[in-house]
Design a protein around this ligand. Structure first.
Ligand SMILES: Cc1cc2nc3c(=O)[nH]c(=O)nc-3n(C[C@H](O)[C@H](O)[C@H](O)COP(=O)(O)OP(=O)(O)OC[C@H]3O[C@@H](n4cnc5c(N)ncnc54)[C@H](O)[C@@H]3O)c2cc1C
Length: 400
């Protein structure tokens, strides 16, 4: 009998398993994947997420892998350019976009080193329900016998198409349809900083990662999917040319594509009921948003820690349902403004108010610093978009 079984061992699962094991609980973490392995993600991590890795003693390990530090960012919308970088947030003065083949094994080993049992290549096929509550899992290694494992709580950290969430029929209480699809790949031969630019109904993301490679991702609205697929390479380069011509020039003259194009039609944005009798959800399993704003990994870290705190309380005498309800409430409160900002900006067409804010930020370096602080998690959306601040920013823009 385990105290906790965690299904999924990537950004949400390994940290929650690690943090519970560090507190002395008996934890089993399982994943049908083996590590190192890749997953669909463009893997830019904000300061807020890196601060969690630092607090857990894992950031040095990540930096030692040679992930290039990002210390300057450009975020642009059509011809408005916001450039700069936030002051240190939680002691973090650079960001990174590590390959998931590098990041995820560090998380898995962190869980193992903390004393959690981690089973790779292990698929959960069923949940065990007893007396109206989840009591464990039935699963197997590839081709192996299906066996039962029991726990006081089963945590679904198993991503957007969460098996655990579906098995407990976790209801969606907020759902915003997805707007976009993405194609991304990796190039050698380019020298770039972080740049994310929204053009006319299309977006490009460019940032450096391991092995001297540059990740290049383009996004378009879902209704352009069939057209795009007809000529992926041509459309990919055309979008780069439309949105950032100088980069397209470098891409076509110096860039060498080093991997296939990875496509993805985004799942909807949602919040899902994330706890019940004997179960909880964390990471994308319980709450998901368009990747455009790069919140997913940092959210997975932050709310894995929050869930581990509350599950620890529940395993230590506090009524578990009360502790888990608090987890969901705090997660929703803290993530709400990021969710709203993401679903708004993922339409690839700014609202008039946001457009005015972007215009003002483009010519105000101090305010741009605050904008990057918001993006990095050093300031909430509520703080950044507080009416007095925005009035001051727009007033300064008008008188500039
Ligand atoms: C195209 C794209 C780009 C992105 N770019 C960024 C970005 O730049 N920055 C950022 O912060 N976020 C980004 N994200 C989001 C980020 O990848 C996710 O938010 C993050 O991976 C969520 O972590 P997770 O642990 O919840 O789930 P996942 O990383 O999806 O892990 C779930 C794990 O559960 C396992 N699993 C599932 N079912 C079972 C089962 N039945 N039995 C056993 N194991 C199971 C899977 O094998 C998997 O390893 C992007 C996402 C996409 C799709």
């Amino acid at each position: 009998m385990y105290d906790a079984i965690v299904v999924g061992a990537r950004c949400a699962g390994s940290p929650v398993g690690m943090l519970l094991a560090r507190r002395g609980h008996r934890v089993l973490v399982v994943d049908r994947a083996t590590f190192p392995s890749d997953t669909v993600s463009t893997h830019y991590i904000q300061q807020r997420g890196l601060a969690r890795l630092s607090a857990w003693g894992l950031l040095d390990k990540l930096v030692a892998t040679g992930a290039p530090a990002i210390k300057h960012m450009t975020v642009s919308y059509k011809d408005i350019v916001i450039a700069g970088f936030a002051d240190a947030i939680g002691g973090i003065d650079a960001t990174y976009a590590p390959r998931r083949t590098v990041l995820d094994p560090i998380l898995v080993e962190g869980a193992r080193a903390a004393g959690a049992e981690v089973r790779e290549g292990y698929t959960v096929h069923e949940l065990i329900f007893e007396d109206g509550r989840v009591a464990g899992i039935r699963g197997s290694e590839a081709g192996g016998e299906i066996r039962e494992e029991r726990a006081r709580i089963v945590i679904g950290a198993d991503g957007t198409n969460s098996f655990v969430a579906n098995a407990v029929e976790a209801e969606f209480y907020t759902r915003v349809p997805a707007e976009c699809f993405v194609y991304y790949t990796y190039y050698s031969g380019l020298r770039t900083d972080f740049h994310s630019r929204i053009g006319d109904q299309q977006q490009i993301g460019i940032w450096p990662t391991h092995d001297d490679l540059t990740l290049v991702a383009v996004m378009r609205k879902l209704d352009a999917y069939q057209d795009f697929r007809a000529d992926v390479e041509g459309n990919f380069v055309n979008i780069a040319r439309d949105i950032v011509p100088e980069f397209a020039e470098e891409l076509t003259t110096h860039g060498k594509r080093e991997s296939r194009f990875q496509p993805m039609r985004y799942p909807d944005n949602y919040y899902r009921q994330s706890h019940g009798d004997g179960w909880a959800l964390v990471g994308d399993a319980g709450y998901h948003k368009d990747p455009l704003t790069g919140l997913g990994i940092s959210d997975a870290f932050e709310y894995a820690e929050l869930l581990a705190d509350r599950v620890h309380e529940g395993l230590s005498g506090r009524p578990m349902d009360e502790a888990l309800a608090e987890y969901q409430r705090i997660r929703d409160e803290k993530s709400h403004s990021g969710f709203e900002f993401t679903t708004s900006i993922s339409k690839l067409e700014l609202t008039p108010q946001l457009l005015a804010v972007f215009q003002a930020l483009g010519s105000n370096a101090d305010a741009a610093k605050d904008f990057f602080a918001m993006i990095g998690g050093g300031m909430t959306g509520e703080e950044f978009f507080a009416p007095e601040r925005i009035a001051k920013l727009l007033g300064a823009g008008a008188s500039a």
